[in-house]
Design a protein around this ligand. Sequence first.
Ligand code: URP
Ligand code: ZN
Ligand code: ZN
Length: 533
Amino acid sequence: MATPSRRLLLLLLAVSAAAAASHPAHEFCAAAGAADAGCGGGGGDGTRILIKGGTVVNAHRAEEADVYIEDGVVVAVRPNIPVGDDNVRVIDATGKYVMPGGIDPHTHLAMEFMGTVTIDDFFSGHAAALAGGTTMHIDFVIPVGGNLTAGLESYRQKAAKAAMDYGFHMAITKWNDEVAREMEVMVKEHGINSFKFFMAYKGSLMVTDDLLLQGLQKCKSLGALAMVHAENGDAVAEGQKRMFDLGITGPEGHALSRPPILEGEATARAIRLAKFINTPLYVVHVMSIDAMEEIAKAKREGQRVIGEPVVSGLVLDDSLLWDPDFTIASKYVMSPPIREAGHGKALQAALSSGILQLVGTDHCTFNSTQKAFGSDDFRKIPNGVNGLEERMHIIWDSMVETGKISVTDYVRVTSTECAKIFNIYPRKGAILEGSDADIIILNPERSFVMGAHTHHSRSNTNVYEGRKGKGLVEVTISRGRVVWEDDILNIAPGSGRYVRMPPFGYVFDGIEKSDAAYRASLRAPVQRRVVAA
Ligand code: URP
Ligand code: ZN
Ligand code: ZN
C-alpha cells in the first residue's frame, strides 16, 4: 500500500489526468512495431533527457556511455555526448547501471478469477510495476463465455487506465470453428501473437488434449506462440478430494493436492503434443524440478520449448503454507504451487544455464479478505501472488549480486528475451538508437526492503514481506518520461499504450524447413497389388 504522501500524489495525478484519460490516448496503435509517437514509439511531448556517465547494459554488451532521449525514443548511445542545450534534462548515472526497463511476460490485472477479481487493475498494477523498474507487461485476456472478441473488448476497457505500455496474450477456453476464426482475427487485426491453454482448473478454464491439439495446430498456422499452464487438472481434482478425505482443508492442502509430479506430467504431455504438431511451445510459470527437467530434455533434443520461471518459484519455498495464521499461509497459494526448498535453487541454476529463458511474475494479487473466501476450504482460496513491483529487485539481488548471472544476462532474462520471443525487439528490450526510451537506472550500492506498507499494489499483503536486498531502481523512464524518482511516482491513467505484437517471431524461423524435412523422411506409401480371391 502506498504511504499517505504517495497516495496523495497519485490521487492528484489521477484527478488531473482524468481529462487525458477521456481522450483516446490509450487507443490501439495502427502499425505493428512502429516507433512513431502515435504508436508507443514516442512520448510526443518533446521531453529531452541526457543520462550521463553510467554503464549502459544491453543483453549483448555493457559499455560506458551516455544515452540521449528525445520524444520518447533513444536517439544516441555513445560516450561523452555534449549537453549543449538548457532544455535538456541531465541525469547523472555515475556508478550506476542504465538498463532497458523490465518486461513482465505474465500478469493478471483486473482478472475475474475464482469468484472474485484481482485487486490490482491496470493503474495500481502499473504503479507497482513502474516503481519496481518494469516498463511493459503482457497480460492474459480471458474470453467471455469462450468468445475472444468479447474478451478483448472487456480487457480494452480495463486497460483504459493504463499508465505504461502493455500487450496481450489470449487464453483459449473452448473450441469451435468460431474460436478458430477469432484466433486469426486476434493475430491479424489486433496484434496478439500468443495463446494460452490451461491444462488445469477443471470445470472452469481447463482444456482437453483434443482442444490443445487443435489449438497447437491453429497457433502454428498463424505464427502464434502456444503457451501452457502445465498441471494435470484431472489428477489435481483427485488430489484435492484425497486431501479432504484426510481432513486437510487448510492452505497446506493446496500444495499437497497438486505435487510436482502432476506438473511434470502435464509439461511432458504438452511438449510431446507440440513436437507432434512441430510448433514452438512456451511453458508458463515453471515451478518444479520435474517440469524443468522435461524442458531441459526437450531442448537437448532440439525442440523449441521456452520455459518461464516466475519470481515466487525462484526465491520462495512452501514452508509458510503450514503457518498457523491463515492470512499468512493463504497469501502463498498459487498454481502450480510454490514448492519445497530445493526446487527454487534448481530453477535458478536452470535460468543461469539457459534451460529456462526469461522471468515473469504471474502477478495475480488478492487481498486477505479475498483469500479468506477459502478459510475452511483451500480449493476456494483465490490462486495468485504479487511480484510485478518486486521482480527486477529480487532477480538482481538473488542472481546478479550472488554472481549467478552477469549484468548482461540480467537484462536478457528480465527484458530482452521477452521482447524477442514476442517479436517486439529492438523497439522494446534494448537501449539502442530508435528503441522506445523505457529505461531504468539501478544503483548497485543501495538496498531495498519490501513489504505491504511501502508497495504500490492495492493488496494489504505481500509474499516478500520484510525481504531485504541490494540494488535499487532509483529512476524509471517510460517512453521518455521520468515516472519514478526519489521514491515518487509521476504517472497518469490513460497514458499507457497498447503494443501490438506481430506473428512469426524468431521462434518460428525454420519451422517450414523442418516440416519439409519430416515429409521427405516419410517412406513412400507401399503400392500393394490387389490379389483376386
Ligand atoms: O495461481 C495462479 N497462477 N494464478 C493465476 C492464474 C494462472 O494460473 O496463471
Ligand atoms: Zn497459469
Ligand atoms: Zn498466470
